[in-house]
Design a protein around this ligand. Sequence first.
Ligand code: FPP
Length: 247
Amino acid sequence: MLEIGKLPTHVAVIMDGNGRWAKSKNRPRLFGHNAGMQAMKQIVITASNLGIKYLTVYAFSTENWKRSTEEVSGIFKLIIKYVDSELKELIKNNVRINILGDYNMLPGDSVRAIDELLDKTRDNDGLVFNIALNYGGRDEIVKAINEIIIDRKALADEGISVDVTEDEVSNHLYTGVLHKNIPDPDLIIRTSGEERLSNFLIWQAAYSEMMFTDTLWPDYSPEEFTAMIEKFSHRKRRFGGREKEDK
Ligand code: FPP
């Protein structure tokens, strides 16, 4: 049984391997994304049942626009399908949804589905499920810098000059207190054997634990997720400091 005190507060997931999974079955890439969405649904419910407070998934990056039009529009259609099939279940499980990224760049029908998802889950106070959509870590930092520049211009007009701090940059990220107010991830999981961040939460990942698995995302199960959470609970985190016994 997992001890509540040792649960990660925030788990972030790079859901990788949908394309390879589909290819291994001689099916189109979208078949893999559809299976990936099913895996994602199960992980959301598992995270909620485990009592994890924040779950973030990387669903579409600022770089994913380079994929074929068919694949990109297929992923956006999946979002509509997700809202249609899952909204009731999310409400029943008291899950609140946030979007990290500029989702207004998506087609109108996907934007409307997302707005409904946000609106109908707004008052829930269980798991906070963040979907990174049209999200890029560098893009997020640049947006934060531009917000800070606007603040600084206003301050300069009053003759005030102050240095930028780490907290100030953090506050202006999508996850920051001025936006969605989500703590940095304690654990970042990536599936499919790749071991890199790929522009995902690059500022917030400074002290995150990382776990990798060769499992392709559509095959990633609640059991494997739970085993990783269990493994996390045994890790000792130092945040750049040292443990007492090391001193
Ligand atoms: C990475 O696998 C996966 C994606 C870029 C898309 C992930 C999207 C989903 C799981 C569906 C999300 C649905 C909603 C509702 C948010 P890949 O295509 O890069 O796989 P590959 O590396 O094997 O080609």
